[in-house]
Design a protein around this ligand. Structure first.
Ligand code: AMP
Ligand code: GLY
Length: 423
Protein backbone atom coordinates (compact mmCIF):
# COMPACT_ATOMS: atom_id res chain seq x y z
CA UNK A 1 0.00 0.00 0.00
CA UNK A 2 1.09 3.55 -0.73
CA UNK A 3 -0.01 5.95 1.99
CA UNK A 4 -0.15 9.75 2.04
CA UNK A 5 -0.26 11.42 5.47
CA UNK A 6 -1.52 15.02 5.41
CA UNK A 7 -0.10 17.47 7.98
CA UNK A 8 3.16 18.65 9.51
CA UNK A 9 3.05 18.26 13.30
CA UNK A 10 4.07 15.78 15.96
CA UNK A 11 0.81 13.92 15.37
CA UNK A 12 1.71 13.39 11.73
CA UNK A 13 5.21 12.18 12.64
CA UNK A 14 3.60 9.64 14.99
CA UNK A 15 1.09 8.59 12.29
CA UNK A 16 3.83 8.11 9.68
CA UNK A 17 6.03 6.24 12.21
CA UNK A 18 3.22 3.85 13.13
CA UNK A 19 2.03 3.34 9.54
CA UNK A 20 5.58 2.51 8.49
CA UNK A 21 5.49 -0.47 10.87
CA UNK A 22 2.60 -1.98 8.91
CA UNK A 23 3.60 -4.99 6.79
CA UNK A 24 1.02 -3.78 4.26
CA UNK A 25 2.58 -0.35 3.74
CA UNK A 26 5.28 -0.14 1.07
CA UNK A 27 5.67 3.63 0.75
CA UNK A 28 4.76 6.70 2.78
CA UNK A 29 4.50 10.32 1.66
CA UNK A 30 3.83 13.24 3.98
CA UNK A 31 2.32 16.54 2.81
CA UNK A 32 4.13 18.71 3.75
CA UNK A 33 5.71 16.88 6.73
CA UNK A 34 8.60 18.09 8.92
CA UNK A 35 12.17 17.24 9.86
CA UNK A 36 11.02 14.04 11.55
CA UNK A 37 8.60 12.67 8.98
CA UNK A 38 11.41 12.60 6.42
CA UNK A 39 12.85 9.72 8.46
CA UNK A 40 9.64 7.72 7.97
CA UNK A 41 8.93 8.47 4.31
CA UNK A 42 9.11 11.17 1.65
CA UNK A 43 8.02 14.74 2.38
CA UNK A 44 6.26 16.44 -0.52
CA UNK A 45 5.91 20.22 -0.88
CA UNK A 46 2.09 20.33 -0.73
CA UNK A 47 0.37 22.23 2.09
CA UNK A 48 -2.25 20.51 4.23
CA UNK A 49 -5.00 22.93 3.07
CA UNK A 50 -4.13 22.60 -0.65
CA UNK A 51 -6.94 20.23 -1.59
CA UNK A 52 -6.31 20.22 -5.38
CA UNK A 53 -2.60 19.64 -4.71
CA UNK A 54 -3.28 16.70 -2.40
CA UNK A 55 -5.82 15.13 -4.74
CA UNK A 56 -3.63 15.41 -7.83
CA UNK A 57 -0.58 14.01 -6.00
CA UNK A 58 -2.68 11.09 -4.77
CA UNK A 59 -4.00 10.43 -8.26
CA UNK A 60 -0.66 10.68 -10.03
CA UNK A 61 1.09 8.48 -7.50
CA UNK A 62 -1.69 5.90 -7.17
CA UNK A 63 -2.02 6.40 -3.42
CA UNK A 64 -4.07 3.65 -1.74
CA UNK A 65 -4.85 5.53 1.48
CA UNK A 66 -4.85 9.19 2.48
CA UNK A 67 -4.71 9.85 6.23
CA UNK A 68 -5.80 13.32 7.29
CA UNK A 69 -3.92 14.52 10.38
CA UNK A 70 -5.43 17.97 11.07
CA UNK A 71 -9.04 19.17 10.92
CA UNK A 72 -8.72 21.97 8.35
CA UNK A 73 -8.52 19.80 5.19
CA UNK A 74 -11.41 17.66 6.45
CA UNK A 75 -13.62 20.67 7.12
CA UNK A 76 -12.69 21.98 3.64
CA UNK A 77 -13.90 18.69 2.14
CA UNK A 78 -10.76 16.61 1.55
CA UNK A 79 -12.63 13.33 2.03
CA UNK A 80 -15.31 14.32 -0.48
CA UNK A 81 -12.73 15.42 -3.05
CA UNK A 82 -10.76 12.16 -2.71
CA UNK A 83 -13.79 9.90 -2.79
CA UNK A 84 -14.85 11.54 -6.05
CA UNK A 85 -11.58 10.26 -7.52
CA UNK A 86 -11.98 6.83 -5.94
CA UNK A 87 -9.17 7.38 -3.42
CA UNK A 88 -9.79 6.06 0.11
CA UNK A 89 -9.51 8.69 2.87
CA UNK A 90 -9.29 8.07 6.61
CA UNK A 91 -11.26 11.00 8.01
CA UNK A 92 -14.88 12.17 7.87
CA UNK A 93 -16.66 13.99 5.06
CA UNK A 94 -17.22 17.75 5.23
CA UNK A 95 -20.69 17.42 6.77
CA UNK A 96 -19.51 15.22 9.66
CA UNK A 97 -16.31 17.28 10.05
CA UNK A 98 -18.56 20.18 11.05
CA UNK A 99 -18.65 18.55 14.47
CA UNK A 100 -15.31 20.31 14.83
CA UNK A 101 -15.65 22.98 12.14
CA UNK A 102 -18.70 24.63 13.68
CA UNK A 103 -19.24 24.82 17.44
CA UNK A 104 -22.89 25.78 16.89
CA UNK A 105 -23.44 22.69 14.69
CA UNK A 106 -21.64 20.52 17.23
CA UNK A 107 -23.75 21.81 20.14
CA UNK A 108 -26.95 21.27 18.11
CA UNK A 109 -25.96 17.69 17.33
CA UNK A 110 -25.13 17.08 21.01
CA UNK A 111 -28.44 18.58 22.04
CA UNK A 112 -30.43 16.58 19.46
CA UNK A 113 -28.71 13.30 20.33
CA UNK A 114 -28.94 13.66 24.09
CA UNK A 115 -25.22 14.07 24.82
CA UNK A 116 -24.58 15.88 28.13
CA UNK A 117 -23.05 19.26 27.36
CA UNK A 118 -23.07 22.73 28.96
CA UNK A 119 -26.32 24.71 28.39
CA UNK A 120 -25.72 27.14 25.52
CA UNK A 121 -27.10 29.76 23.15
CA UNK A 122 -25.97 30.63 19.64
CA UNK A 123 -25.71 34.29 18.55
CA UNK A 124 -25.24 35.98 15.19
CA UNK A 125 -25.94 39.46 16.54
CA UNK A 126 -23.39 41.20 18.74
CA UNK A 127 -25.94 43.27 20.73
CA UNK A 128 -28.02 40.22 21.59
CA UNK A 129 -24.95 38.27 22.65
CA UNK A 130 -23.88 41.16 24.92
CA UNK A 131 -27.35 41.40 26.47
CA UNK A 132 -27.31 37.66 27.19
CA UNK A 133 -23.84 37.81 28.76
CA UNK A 134 -24.86 40.77 30.94
CA UNK A 135 -27.95 38.92 32.10
CA UNK A 136 -26.08 35.67 32.88
CA UNK A 137 -22.90 37.19 34.36
CA UNK A 138 -19.55 35.41 34.84
CA UNK A 139 -18.07 32.87 34.81
CA UNK A 140 -19.21 32.23 31.27
CA UNK A 141 -17.66 30.73 28.15
CA UNK A 142 -17.50 32.44 24.74
CA UNK A 143 -16.66 30.32 21.69
CA UNK A 144 -16.08 31.44 18.12
CA UNK A 145 -18.19 29.18 15.93
CA UNK A 146 -15.55 28.37 13.32
CA UNK A 147 -11.98 27.09 13.37
CA UNK A 148 -9.60 29.41 15.18
CA UNK A 149 -6.48 27.25 15.62
CA UNK A 150 -7.41 26.44 19.21
CA UNK A 151 -7.66 30.11 20.21
CA UNK A 152 -11.39 30.60 19.76
CA UNK A 153 -12.51 29.73 23.30
CA UNK A 154 -12.52 32.22 26.17
CA UNK A 155 -13.43 31.00 29.65
CA UNK A 156 -14.30 34.42 31.08
CA UNK A 157 -14.09 34.94 34.84
CA UNK A 158 -15.63 38.43 34.68
CA UNK A 159 -18.45 39.93 32.61
CA UNK A 160 -15.98 42.50 31.21
CA UNK A 161 -13.73 39.72 29.93
CA UNK A 162 -16.71 38.00 28.28
CA UNK A 163 -17.82 41.25 26.62
CA UNK A 164 -14.28 41.86 25.40
CA UNK A 165 -14.24 38.38 23.86
CA UNK A 166 -17.51 39.09 22.08
CA UNK A 167 -16.14 42.36 20.74
CA UNK A 168 -12.93 40.71 19.59
CA UNK A 169 -14.80 37.92 17.79
CA UNK A 170 -17.92 39.65 16.46
CA UNK A 171 -16.85 43.28 15.92
CA UNK A 172 -13.08 43.33 15.43
CA UNK A 173 -13.26 39.97 13.64
CA UNK A 174 -9.98 38.82 15.17
CA UNK A 175 -10.71 35.31 13.90
CA UNK A 176 -12.17 36.42 10.57
CA UNK A 177 -15.42 34.77 9.60
CA UNK A 178 -14.92 32.11 12.33
CA UNK A 179 -16.20 34.65 14.86
CA UNK A 180 -19.26 35.95 12.97
CA UNK A 181 -21.31 33.53 15.01
CA UNK A 182 -20.59 32.66 18.65
CA UNK A 183 -21.69 30.05 21.15
CA UNK A 184 -22.15 31.35 24.68
CA UNK A 185 -22.26 28.60 27.28
CA UNK A 186 -22.24 27.85 30.97
CA UNK A 187 -18.81 27.44 32.51
CA UNK A 188 -18.25 23.95 33.90
CA UNK A 189 -15.68 22.91 36.50
CA UNK A 190 -13.71 19.72 36.65
CA UNK A 191 -10.84 17.65 35.33
CA UNK A 192 -10.63 17.02 31.57
CA UNK A 193 -9.93 13.85 29.60
CA UNK A 194 -9.74 12.93 25.92
CA UNK A 195 -11.59 9.88 24.66
CA UNK A 196 -11.03 8.76 21.07
CA UNK A 197 -12.54 6.04 18.92
CA UNK A 198 -11.92 4.57 15.48
CA UNK A 199 -15.29 4.94 13.77
CA UNK A 200 -17.00 3.39 10.77
CA UNK A 201 -20.60 4.50 10.45
CA UNK A 202 -22.27 3.25 13.63
CA UNK A 203 -19.44 0.84 14.48
CA UNK A 204 -16.56 1.96 16.65
CA UNK A 205 -13.48 0.63 18.41
CA UNK A 206 -12.31 2.54 21.45
CA UNK A 207 -8.83 3.79 22.19
CA UNK A 208 -7.73 4.08 25.83
CA UNK A 209 -8.31 7.37 27.64
CA UNK A 210 -5.76 10.18 27.52
CA UNK A 211 -5.21 13.56 29.11
CA UNK A 212 -3.83 16.68 27.47
CA UNK A 213 -2.15 19.66 29.22
CA UNK A 214 -3.43 22.72 27.37
CA UNK A 215 -2.05 25.53 29.54
CA UNK A 216 1.53 26.63 28.96
CA UNK A 217 2.48 26.82 32.64
CA UNK A 218 2.95 24.25 35.37
CA UNK A 219 -0.13 23.70 37.50
CA UNK A 220 -2.27 24.50 34.42
CA UNK A 221 -1.51 28.24 34.55
CA UNK A 222 -1.05 30.80 31.81
CA UNK A 223 -2.46 30.93 28.30
CA UNK A 224 -3.68 27.89 26.38
CA UNK A 225 -1.46 26.21 23.81
CA UNK A 226 -1.99 23.42 21.30
CA UNK A 227 -1.03 21.07 24.16
CA UNK A 228 2.18 20.82 26.22
CA UNK A 229 2.02 17.10 26.93
CA UNK A 230 -0.28 14.12 27.25
CA UNK A 231 -0.42 10.67 28.73
CA UNK A 232 -2.52 7.54 28.45
CA UNK A 233 -4.38 6.04 30.23
CA UNK A 234 -5.87 8.89 32.27
CA UNK A 235 -6.93 7.55 35.71
CA UNK A 236 -9.93 9.93 35.70
CA UNK A 237 -11.38 7.69 32.95
CA UNK A 238 -10.44 4.09 33.86
CA UNK A 239 -10.87 1.13 31.49
CA UNK A 240 -13.93 -0.23 33.30
CA UNK A 241 -15.77 2.99 32.39
CA UNK A 242 -14.91 3.03 28.66
CA UNK A 243 -18.03 1.26 27.43
CA UNK A 244 -20.51 3.34 29.41
CA UNK A 245 -18.65 6.51 28.45
CA UNK A 246 -18.88 5.55 24.76
CA UNK A 247 -22.63 5.02 25.25
CA UNK A 248 -22.83 8.63 26.43
CA UNK A 249 -20.58 10.43 23.98
CA UNK A 250 -19.64 8.27 20.96
CA UNK A 251 -22.60 6.04 20.12
CA UNK A 252 -25.33 8.74 20.01
CA UNK A 253 -23.28 10.97 17.69
CA UNK A 254 -22.53 8.13 15.25
CA UNK A 255 -26.18 7.13 15.28
CA UNK A 256 -27.31 10.71 14.63
CA UNK A 257 -24.95 11.18 11.67
CA UNK A 258 -25.78 7.77 10.18
CA UNK A 259 -29.49 8.61 10.37
CA UNK A 260 -28.77 11.82 8.45
CA UNK A 261 -27.11 9.75 5.71
CA UNK A 262 -23.69 11.18 6.62
CA UNK A 263 -21.90 8.26 8.32
CA UNK A 264 -18.74 9.16 10.22
CA UNK A 265 -15.48 7.50 9.20
CA UNK A 266 -12.29 8.34 11.04
CA UNK A 267 -11.37 9.30 14.58
CA UNK A 268 -14.08 10.81 16.75
CA UNK A 269 -12.48 12.59 19.70
CA UNK A 270 -14.64 13.62 22.65
CA UNK A 271 -13.20 16.30 24.91
CA UNK A 272 -14.73 15.50 28.29
CA UNK A 273 -14.96 17.35 31.58
CA UNK A 274 -15.66 15.43 34.78
CA UNK A 275 -17.95 17.66 36.79
CA UNK A 276 -19.75 17.04 40.10
CA UNK A 277 -22.65 15.87 37.94
CA UNK A 278 -20.62 13.42 35.87
CA UNK A 279 -18.95 13.70 32.47
CA UNK A 280 -19.91 16.49 30.05
CA UNK A 281 -18.70 16.88 26.47
CA UNK A 282 -16.89 20.21 25.93
CA UNK A 283 -16.17 19.63 22.26
CA UNK A 284 -15.67 17.10 19.51
CA UNK A 285 -12.66 16.83 17.26
CA UNK A 286 -12.73 14.78 14.08
CA UNK A 287 -9.10 13.60 14.14
CA UNK A 288 -6.38 12.47 16.51
CA UNK A 289 -5.43 15.05 19.15
CA UNK A 290 -1.96 16.52 19.11
CA UNK A 291 -0.20 15.58 21.43
CA UNK A 292 -2.59 12.78 22.53
CA UNK A 293 -1.84 10.91 19.30
CA UNK A 294 1.80 10.39 20.29
CA UNK A 295 1.21 8.38 23.53
CA UNK A 296 -1.84 6.63 22.04
CA UNK A 297 0.09 5.35 19.02
CA UNK A 298 3.03 4.34 21.25
CA UNK A 299 0.54 2.06 23.02
CA UNK A 300 -1.14 0.77 19.86
CA UNK A 301 0.01 -2.82 19.43
CA UNK A 302 -1.48 -3.68 16.04
CA UNK A 303 -1.48 -2.64 12.40
CA UNK A 304 -2.77 0.93 12.08
CA UNK A 305 -3.14 0.76 8.27
CA UNK A 306 -5.41 -2.31 8.57
CA UNK A 307 -7.61 -0.58 11.13
CA UNK A 308 -7.93 2.54 8.97
CA UNK A 309 -8.82 0.52 5.85
CA UNK A 310 -11.35 -1.50 7.89
CA UNK A 311 -13.01 1.77 9.00
CA UNK A 312 -13.24 3.00 5.41
CA UNK A 313 -14.54 -0.33 4.09
CA UNK A 314 -17.09 -0.87 6.88
CA UNK A 315 -15.34 -3.94 8.31
CA UNK A 316 -14.30 -2.65 11.73
CA UNK A 317 -15.67 -5.84 13.30
CA UNK A 318 -12.96 -7.82 11.47
CA UNK A 319 -10.01 -6.12 13.18
CA UNK A 320 -8.89 -5.86 16.77
CA UNK A 321 -7.64 -2.57 18.20
CA UNK A 322 -4.98 -3.94 20.55
CA UNK A 323 -3.04 -1.72 22.97
CA UNK A 324 -0.24 -2.50 25.40
CA UNK A 325 -1.17 -2.37 29.09
CA UNK A 326 1.76 0.02 29.57
CA UNK A 327 1.39 3.74 30.22
CA UNK A 328 2.70 6.25 27.67
CA UNK A 329 3.54 9.90 28.18
CA UNK A 330 4.56 12.68 25.81
CA UNK A 331 6.41 15.79 27.00
CA UNK A 332 6.31 18.64 24.51
CA UNK A 333 9.48 20.71 24.18
CA UNK A 334 8.61 24.11 22.75
CA UNK A 335 10.53 27.21 21.81
CA UNK A 336 10.81 29.75 24.64
CA UNK A 337 7.97 32.29 24.41
CA UNK A 338 5.41 29.95 22.80
CA UNK A 339 2.37 30.43 22.52
CA UNK A 340 3.47 34.05 22.11
CA UNK A 341 6.30 34.99 19.75
CA UNK A 342 9.35 32.72 19.84
CA UNK A 343 12.74 32.29 18.16
CA UNK A 344 13.30 29.79 15.34
CA UNK A 345 16.29 28.07 13.80
CA UNK A 346 17.80 26.54 16.96
CA UNK A 347 19.79 23.39 16.26
CA UNK A 348 18.38 20.20 17.78
CA UNK A 349 20.69 17.39 18.84
CA UNK A 350 20.77 14.27 21.02
CA UNK A 351 17.91 12.28 19.46
CA UNK A 352 20.05 9.10 19.39
CA UNK A 353 21.01 9.50 23.03
CA UNK A 354 17.38 10.12 24.01
CA UNK A 355 16.32 7.00 22.10
CA UNK A 356 19.02 4.79 23.67
CA UNK A 357 16.19 3.81 26.01
CA UNK A 358 14.19 1.60 23.64
CA UNK A 359 10.97 2.72 25.33
CA UNK A 360 11.55 6.29 24.13
CA UNK A 361 10.63 7.86 20.80
CA UNK A 362 11.24 11.49 19.92
CA UNK A 363 8.49 12.76 17.63
CA UNK A 364 9.27 15.95 15.77
CA UNK A 365 6.75 18.76 15.23
CA UNK A 366 8.02 22.26 14.36
CA UNK A 367 11.33 21.13 12.84
CA UNK A 368 13.05 21.26 9.48
CA UNK A 369 16.10 19.52 8.07
CA UNK A 370 18.57 21.90 6.46
CA UNK A 371 22.27 21.52 5.59
CA UNK A 372 22.35 18.18 7.42
CA UNK A 373 21.05 19.73 10.62
CA UNK A 374 17.67 19.52 12.33
CA UNK A 375 16.48 23.02 13.23
CA UNK A 376 13.46 24.30 15.10
CA UNK A 377 10.88 25.96 12.85
CA UNK A 378 7.78 26.23 15.02
CA UNK A 379 6.41 26.76 18.54
CA UNK A 380 5.89 23.16 19.56
CA UNK A 381 9.12 21.53 18.43
CA UNK A 382 9.45 18.02 19.86
CA UNK A 383 7.21 15.46 21.58
CA UNK A 384 9.47 13.26 23.70
CA UNK A 385 7.39 10.15 24.27
CA UNK A 386 8.02 7.14 26.51
CA UNK A 387 6.34 3.92 27.52
CA UNK A 388 6.61 2.64 31.07
CA UNK A 389 5.26 -0.05 33.37
CA UNK A 390 3.21 2.68 35.06
CA UNK A 391 2.83 6.46 34.89
CA UNK A 392 5.78 7.11 37.25
CA UNK A 393 8.09 4.88 35.18
CA UNK A 394 6.95 6.41 31.87
CA UNK A 395 7.36 9.92 33.27
CA UNK A 396 10.87 9.22 34.56
CA UNK A 397 11.92 7.80 31.17
CA UNK A 398 10.44 10.71 29.21
CA UNK A 399 12.11 13.38 31.35
CA UNK A 400 15.44 11.52 31.31
CA UNK A 401 15.20 11.60 27.51
CA UNK A 402 14.30 15.32 27.53
CA UNK A 403 17.52 16.03 29.45
CA UNK A 404 19.51 14.28 26.70
CA UNK A 405 18.18 16.58 23.96
CA UNK A 406 20.25 19.59 22.97
CA UNK A 407 17.90 22.50 22.30
CA UNK A 408 18.78 26.09 23.23
CA UNK A 409 15.99 28.49 24.18
CA UNK A 410 13.61 25.60 24.83
CA UNK A 411 10.79 25.33 27.33
CA UNK A 412 8.83 22.37 28.67
CA UNK A 413 6.49 21.72 31.58
CA UNK A 414 7.92 19.53 34.32
CA UNK A 415 4.57 18.37 35.66
CA UNK A 416 3.16 16.36 32.74
CA UNK A 417 1.27 13.41 34.22
CA UNK A 418 1.15 14.74 37.78
CA UNK A 419 -2.67 14.86 37.92
CA UNK A 420 -2.67 11.14 37.13
CA UNK A 421 0.04 10.40 39.71
CA UNK A 422 -2.10 12.02 42.42
CA UNK A 423 -4.90 9.51 41.80
P1 AMP B 1 -12.89 23.51 23.30
O1 AMP B 1 -12.10 23.96 22.10
O2 AMP B 1 -14.34 23.66 23.20
O3 AMP B 1 -12.42 22.18 23.85
O4 AMP B 1 -12.37 24.47 24.46
C1 AMP B 1 -11.01 24.56 24.78
C2 AMP B 1 -10.85 24.50 26.27
O5 AMP B 1 -11.69 25.49 26.88
C3 AMP B 1 -11.33 23.18 26.88
O6 AMP B 1 -10.34 22.20 26.83
C4 AMP B 1 -11.64 23.63 28.28
O7 AMP B 1 -10.46 23.72 29.06
C5 AMP B 1 -12.21 25.02 28.09
N1 AMP B 1 -13.69 24.97 28.03
C6 AMP B 1 -14.47 24.79 26.93
N2 AMP B 1 -15.77 24.80 27.24
C7 AMP B 1 -15.84 24.99 28.57
C8 AMP B 1 -16.93 25.09 29.51
N3 AMP B 1 -18.20 25.02 29.12
N4 AMP B 1 -16.61 25.29 30.80
C9 AMP B 1 -15.32 25.39 31.20
N5 AMP B 1 -14.26 25.31 30.38
C10 AMP B 1 -14.52 25.11 29.07
N1 GLY C 1 -4.71 18.26 22.06
C1 GLY C 1 -5.95 18.84 21.73
C2 GLY C 1 -6.26 18.87 20.31
O1 GLY C 1 -5.57 18.28 19.50
O2 GLY C 1 -7.25 19.48 19.95
Amino acid sequence: MKVLVVGSGGREHALAWKLRQSPKVSEIFIAPGNGGTRLEGTNIPVKDNDLPGIVSFAKENKIDLVVAGPEVPLVLGLQNALVKEGIPCFGPNAFAANLEGSKAFSKMVMHDSGVPTAPFQVFDEYERACAFVEKKGAPIVIKADGLAAGKGVVVATTTEEALEALESMMVKRDFGSAGERVVVEEALKGEEASFLAFCSGEDYALLPSAQDHKAVGEGDTGPNTGGMGAYSPAPILPADKYEETADICIKPILKHLAAKGEPFVGILYAGLMYTENGPFVLEYNVRFGDPECQPLLMRLDCDLASIMMACIEGRLDEVEVKVTPETAICVVMSAEGYPGSYPKGMELTGFDKAEEDDKVKVFQAGTEYKDEKTLSSGGRVLGVTALGTDLADAKARAYRAVERIGFEKSYFRRDIGDKGLKK
